[in-house]
Ligand binder design. Structure first.
Ligand code: NAD
Length: 257
C-alpha cells in the first residue's frame, strides 16, 4: 500500500539510540520518502548524529523538552527551513529512577512533577508550537507513545503510569482542540520493548517475560511494526482517526487472565 507520504515533513523527538522506538518510526517514515528532523537530548547528540548519517540529510537539532528556549528554537528552525510541517512524533518519557522502584506510595512531589512535566506536559507544549506549521501544511498528524500502565497498576511502573494516564487524556483534549484545524492526535500503545528507557523500570524484566508468555501472539513487539503503525497513522489512510489510543501489543490488553 502506498501511504502517500513522499515529500511530507516530519519531526521525530526521542531518538536516543538504535533501540529507540523513535528510531524505528524515523526509519519507517524515511522509507516512505518523508523528510526528517530528529531531535536529541544533549547527552545523546553523538549517537543520534551517527544514526542519522545514512538518512537523506535530516535536520538534527537539540531539544530538551524542559527547556522552553530549545523547544521554541526547534520549531523556528523548521519553520525557516520548510515553511510547514506534516507529522510530529513525540516518543519520549522520563521519571527519576527512584520513582520507578519500590512502593508508589513513597513517590515524592519532585519526582511526580518531573515525570508529568517531561512525559505528559511536553506533548501539549510541542503540539502548541507545532500547530501553526501543521496548519500551514493543510493539517497534520501528531503521534505519541503510551503504555498500558496508564490504566492498570504494573509493578514498578508507578509514577510513569500516572504520567501515561495524563498523556492519554492530553491526547483526547488536544485532538478536540486541534481537530477543527485539521490536525489529528493519536497515541500508540505497544507492549514492553527492550529500550534504554525500559531498563530504568525495576519490574521491566518480569513485565517483558510475562508479555511474551501470555500475549495472544506469544511474543513482544518488533520495533518495525510500531514504525509501520506510526507511518499509517501519519498518512492520509488514517485521516478519520483522532483522539485515540491504538494498541499494538501482540494481543495482551484484551485478555482476561
Ligand atoms: P528510549 O530511551 O529509547 O527513548 C526515550 C527518549 O526520551 C530518549 O530519547 C530520551 O532522550 C528522551 N527524553 C527523556 N527526557 C527528555 C527530555 N527532558 N527532553 C527530551 N527528550 C527526553 O526508550 P523508548 O522505549 O523508545 O521510549 C520512547 C517512548 O515509548 C516513551 O514515551 C516510552 O514511555 C514509550 N513506551 C515504551 C515502551 C517500552 O517498553 N520500551 C512501551 C510502551 C511505551
Amino acid at each position: 500500500m502506498d501511504l502517500g507520504l513522499k515529500g511530507k515533513r516530519a519531526i521525530v523527538l526521542g531518538v536516543a539510540n538504535k533501540r529507540s522506538i523513535a528510531w524505528a518510526i524515523a526509519q519507517a517514515l524515511a522509507t516512505e520518502g518523508v523528510q526528517l528532523a530528529l531531535t536529541y537530548q544533549e547527552r545523546m547528540e553523538e549517537s543520534v548524529r551517527q544514526l542519522a548519517e545514512p538518512l537523506d540529510n535530516p535536520m538534527v537539532l537539540p531539544c530538551d523538552v524542559q527547556r522552553d528556549d530549545e523547544v521554541a528554537s526547534v520549531f523556528r528552525t523548521i519553520g525557516d527551513a520548510w515553511g510547514a510541517l506534516d507529522i510530529v512524533v513525540h516518543s519520549l518519557a522520563f521519571a527519576p529512577r527512584e520513582a520507578l522502584d519500590g512502593d508508589f506510595l513513597d513517590t515524592k512531589r519532585e519526582a511526580f512533577s518531573m515525570a508529568l512535566d517531561i512525559s505528559a506536559y511536553s506533548l501539549v507544549h510541542v503540539a502548541r508550537e507545532a500547530a501553526p506549521l501543521l496548519e500551514k501544511a493543510g493539517g497534520g498528524s501528531i503521534i505519541t507513545m503510551t503504555y498500558l500502565g496508564s490504566e492498570r497498576a504494573m509493578p514498578g511502573y508507578n509514577v510513569m503510569g500516572v504520567a501515561k494516564a495524563a498523556l492519554e487524556a492530553s491526547v483526547r483534549y488536544l485532538a478536540a482542540s486541534l481537530g477543527p484545524r485539521g490536525i489529528r492526535v493519536n497515541a500508540i500503545s505497544p507492549g514492553p520493548m527492550q529500550t534504554l528507557a525500559a531498563r530504568g523500570i525495576s519490574g521491566f524484566t518480569d513485565m517483558y517475560k510475562h508479555a511474551r508468555e501470555v500475549s495472544a501472539l506469544r511474543r513482544t513487539n518488533d520495533p518495525d511494526e510500531i514504525g509501520a503503525l506510526a507511518a499509517f497513522l501519519a498518512s492520509h489512510h488514517a485521516r478519520g482517526t483522532t483522539g485515540e489510543v491504538h494498541y499494538m501489543d501482540c494481543g495482551y490488553r484484551f485478555l482476561g487472565i
